[in-house]
Design a protein around this ligand. Sequence first.
Ligand code: ZN
Length: 228
Amino acid sequence: MNFKYVREDLEKQIKKEFPKFEIIDKRDSKLMKLLAKILFFNKTFMTSYITVIGSKVYVPKLPWKKTNPFGAISVLSHEWVHMKDGKRLGFMFKFLYLFPQILAPLALLGFWNPWYFLFALCALPLPAPWRTKFELRGYTISMAVSWWLLDRRPDFDFYAKQFVGPAYYWMYPFEDYIRERLEEEFERIRADRLEPHEKHIKMFFLEKFNTIYYNGARKINNGINYFS
Ligand SMILES: [Zn+2]
């Protein structure tokens, strides 16, 4: 199985759906340097995080994951879900993703009416319910892709840690609950009860494996077993 070509085709496929899709070196981006300052609590924002804004994907450096095409496939599939959600929800995606911290600048109105200073509290690492929801959708695809392509079960602890730590500004406080949700989502994937965007992404991989990368696919139940 040649993940290098799958990766190339995945990038082409995303580009077809999002013509402005591009992978950019974080070090070349003023916006990312500014964000690194705002996100000072995340010390490795520039060096170990992938950030998607609209359909631009910012990576620590280019070339990116040249020797680990499966890793790139996993990350890009996750970002693809964010792009799809962004397209569906427009401005609200950005607003909800950044809620409640996005309300903090309203504190500036405190100079007009001191009650507004209370909005400064929004800058604290308060739970971010919608960010949690969007990231759960993203990590569900990360788990699904490993399952579909490698027959690999997820490391639920690793995923749960992403939700409760500084990576996403402590977006969710209850590790046990999020772990349960991740397990539920994985079971749903295994049972092939897919949401439309998941179906679309799975179909892309199926098509690739049926045509180019895999010969000798064998049919199982409701699809093709393309990881053997
Ligand atoms: Zn994400």
